[in-house]
Design a protein around this ligand. Structure first.
Ligand code: SAM
Length: 328
């Protein structure tokens, strides 16, 4: 049986990561990042390894010529390895954005930015980079320059390695995104928001969306920070909890958004994508206000069907196309 390119790539990433994990006594995820860096540089970079291990790694790397593979094959092979690593060490707020969601967001981004050929993009919670690179791979004809921010060192290394292998220009900052960001305003923000309370009350004081009492919501602060770093008229696509506009702080969020942005859409994702109703999410689409840009006549509201239900999905996509025709 002949393996698909994704299976072949995954096989090499997995085997070499297991070898590195054992020899370096690190986690599987760290080993995936190490092996990705080796593949990108075309050499074995870990000096502490024995000559025998280095030889075994070289032999495996020679089985694939990674630069000749399609971006999507590289991304998917890494995605499988990362999923395997994340199963070993589950951290609820570290979850990678799944393909299905990334592809749907790509569809929306391409529709909303149809006229734009050159774009700067920010993902302030880039994680493994899976969401960002899924979207970038779906816009091969646009000239893009991306910025990613991430607090977790291992995840940001995975994002770095993945973007390198897929040849996407990406500048990375390993820091808390709620701290000041030293970046120019961007055309587009994409973010699968970390949900929950932000622990640093002192820092939250710099935000209009800080809670009046107790900890603020990290996802609210992320929305404010993202809008601050978006050009006027730029679009923002967030993956948010379904109850974003029903929480105790939602009044404050709504007045803030009314002042700074035009809400374009709120699309509820199918429940089947999530473990339970409470963890279900939606896509919030905003456009930062700019003189001369009107708010849409009506906000695009929809409940998405299961993404495998092609017919129902097609109906929704037609509804979105109609909405764009009348509002853009
Ligand atoms: N889209 C990402 C991907 O495809 O891998 C997943 C994003 S995940 C839902 C949210 C990310 O936010 C996590 O990687 C987490 O480490 C990061 N994060 C949480 N709080 C943060 C903060 N204050 N500053 C920067 N990153 C943060």
């Amino acid at each position: 049986m002949i393996n698909s390119p994704v299976e072949t790539l995954f096989g090499v990433i997995d085997e070499t990561a297991l070898l590195l994990q054992e020899q370096l006594a690190c986690s599987y995820l760290e080993a995936v990042a190490e092996t990705g860096e080796n593949l990108f540089q075309g050499e074995v970079l870990q000096d502490e390894l024995s000559e025998l291990t280095k030889k075994r790694l070289h032999k495996k790397y020679e089985e694939i010529n990674v630069s000749q593979h399609e971006n999507e094959d590289i991304r998917k092979a890494f995605q499988f390895a990362i999923l395997k690593g994340m199963k070993e060490n589950v951290q609820p707020n570290h979850q990678m954005t799944p393909d299905s969601l990334g592809l749907f967001i790509s569809y929306l981004v391409n529709k909303f930015t149809k006229e734009t050929e050159k774009m700067t993009i920010l993902d302030p919670a880039i994680g493994t980079g899976n969401l960002l690179t899924t979207v970038l791979n779906q816009m091969p004809h646009k000239e893009t320059q991306s910025i990613g921010v991430e607090i977790d060192e291992v995840l940001i290394k995975l994002a770095y390695v993945g973007a390198n292998l897929q040849k996407h220009p990406l500048e990375l900052f390993n820091q808390d995104s709620i701290e000041p960001l030293f970046i120019d305003p961007v055309d587009l923000v994409l973010c699968d928001l970390p949900i929950g309370y932000y622990p640093n009350d002192l820092r939250a004081q710099d935000y209009e969306l800080q809670a009046e009492e107790g900890h603020s919501y990290a996802h609210h602060l992320f929305i404010e920070q993202s809008l601050k770093h978006t050009k006027e008229g730029g679009y923002l696509f967030f993956i948010v909890p379904n109850g974003l506009f029903e929480s105790p702080f939602s009044g404050q969020l709504q007045s803030f958004l009314k002042e700074k942005a035009n809400i374009q859409g709120f699309l509820q994702l199918p429940l089947s994508l999530f473990k339970n109703k409470n963890s279900a999410k939606s896509i919030l689409i905003l456009q930062k206000k700019k003189d001369g840009i009107q708010a849409p006549k009506e906000v695009l509201l929809a409940e998405l069907p299961s993404l495998s239900n092609q017919r129902a999905l097609q109906d929704i996509l037609s509804k979105i196309d109609q909405w764009l025709l009348h509002n853009k």
